[in-house]
Design a protein around this ligand. Structure first.
Ligand code: GDP
Ligand code: IMO
Ligand code: MG
Length: 429
């Protein structure tokens, strides 16, 4: 019996959705535990692409899916996603998809504040997805948040919206130079969402406890990546939740003893969307080539992703912070055809080695990557189905990643399709 946490090791978009969809075949339930619809998780099955923003990526495998208490949920987006999946013939009804009564709701004022604040910050903006994530978590922390349990209690919803909008409208008008919002319209809109989503709302922690007691296997699906974590990422250029594996327990409502494995998803190079430091970023033709071959455009906002070489310093950080038991390397095929491949094995600041991933953005911005150069390969690896069928230099690259991270590779992905995968170890079987 295994219960696996999947996390991104870099700055998001590592291919978590693909690996969750793959592993979900042998899971009984799949749980999202943090974030919101800032996430965009892409699944490709039989050549058909589906993008999940809120619903766990196990839904196409027909598994029980749970939205944990650690999420902030935009109900309109969730309803659209349910309708989209149902139209494809995928069951996302209340028997399949459960939402924690304690998950927080993204309100229209959160989205408006997110946008207006980014505009107000000008050059200092974070480059958020504009989905209201930060302002919703902010309300959770200041104890003004509206949870699903409040949403489906019509009186509580109305009372909280009216109370919150007094402060939000003042802030919107007087600080952000934006328009105020009408409480009555917000209440009416959200009452309709409550009616629609109420049958999905339950005590997810209790449901997961029943699963674990019955020996069912769970897959915990992280969103974003370790270096977007609110505590451990490149603060303030981060998201507003803990993305590390430890938060799977808190954001789903299970104890730490439940988790048996933590798989870190590693894109074979590095990408980042939005602002913030990125030591191995490439501004040359190689960066452009990776961006084009990897089709590196955001699955949520469509923004071009910044691209660079693999950074083993951040991977070592991720291995420690998440307690990784294994790695899944994705998009290895994107490196096909390069003469040389580089891996950053350390940073230098003012000519001196930096011995750990810096908390200071000033120091991180001054860091120069130290590279090791490995030979590339000139074969198309997208149809390889075993590790020993990969070209020698691809195998050497993988071995070097294992050495630098002191973590074994469990899975290698050589294309977006579910079947374009080499599985060496699957903890579920
Ligand atoms: P997530 O947010 O971590 O789930 O990742 P995204 O879905 O945002 O971005 C990953 C992108 O890479 C998606 O378009 C996937 O279909 C694609 N992808 C995943 N694995 C592979 C792979 O091994 N090779 C290639 N070429 N594409 C991949
Ligand atoms: P998945 O789960 C990549 C980034 C945004 C921005 C910062 C803060 O698909 O890997 P937010 O809207 O969360 O306040 O934005 O975090 N970001 C992501 N980048 N993948 C994601 O999710 C992301 N979710 C947020 O671009 O820099
Ligand atoms: Mg994504």
């Amino acid at each position: 019996m295994a219960n696996i946490v999947i996390v991104g090791t870099q700055w998001g978009d590592e291919g978590k959705g693909k690996i969750v969809d793959l592993l979900a075949e042998n899971a009984d339930g799949v749980v999202r535990f943090q974030g919101g619809n800032n996430a965009g998780h892409t699944l490709v099955v039989n050549g058909k692409q589906t993008i999940c923003h809120l619903i766990p990526s196990g839904i196409l495998q027909g598994k029980a899916c749970y939205i944990g208490n650690g999420l902030v949920v935009d109900p309109a987006v969730l309803i659209d996603e349910i309708d989209y999946l149902q139209a494809l013939g995928v069951d996302a009804g209340p028997a399949k998809l459960k939402i924690s009564e304690k998950a927080h709701i993204i309100m229209p004022y959160h989205k408006r504040i997110d946008h207006a604040r980014e505009k107000h910050k000008g050059d200092q903006k974070i480059g958020t997805t504009g989905r209201g994530i930060g302002p919703a978590y902010e309300d959770k922390a200041t104890r003004q948040g509206i949870r699903f349990v409040d949403l489906i209690d019509g009186d509580m919803l109305a009372e909280k919206v009216r109370r919150n909008l007094v402060e939000k409208n003042f802030y919107l008008q007087n600080f952000l130079n934006d328009q105020p919002m009408d409480p009555a319209a917000v209440i009416e809109e959200y009452r309709a969402y409550a009616k629609r989503l109420a049958p999905h709302v339950t005590n997810v922690s209790a449901a997961l406890h029943r699963d674990v007691s019955a020996g069912r296997q769970l897959l915990f699906e992280g969103a974003q990546g370790t270096h977007l974590d609110i505590d451990h990422g490149t603060y303030p250029f981060v998201t507003s939740s803990n993305t590390v594996a430890g938060n799977a327990c808190c954001g789903a409502g299970v104890g730490p003893g439940v988790i048996t494995d933590v798989i870190g998803i590693v894109k074979a190079y590095t990408t980042r969307v939005g602002q913030g430091p990125f030591p191995t970023e490439l501004f040359d033709d190689t960066g452009k080539r990776i961006q084009e071959k990897g089709a590196e455009f955001g699955a949520t906002t469509g923004r071009r992703r910044r691209c660079g070489w693999l950074d083993a310093v951040i991977l070592q950080n991720a291995a420690r912070l998440n307690g990784l038991t294994g790695l899944a390397i994705t998009k290895l095929d994107v490196l096909d055809g390069l003469d040389e491949i580089r891996i950053c094995t350390g940073y230098l600041a003012d000519g001196r080695p930096v011995d750990h991933f810096p908390a200071s953005l000033k120091l991180l911005s001054a860091c120069q990557p130290v590279y090791e150069t490995l030979p590339g390969w000139h074969a198309d690896i997208s149809s390889a189905r075993s590790r020993d069928k990969l070209p020698l230099h691809a195998r050497r690259y993988l071995e070097r990643i294992e050495q630098l991270t002191e973590t074994p590779i469990d899975i290698i992905s050589v294309g977006p399709g579910r079947d374009q995968t080499i599985v060496m170890r699957n903890p579920f079987i």
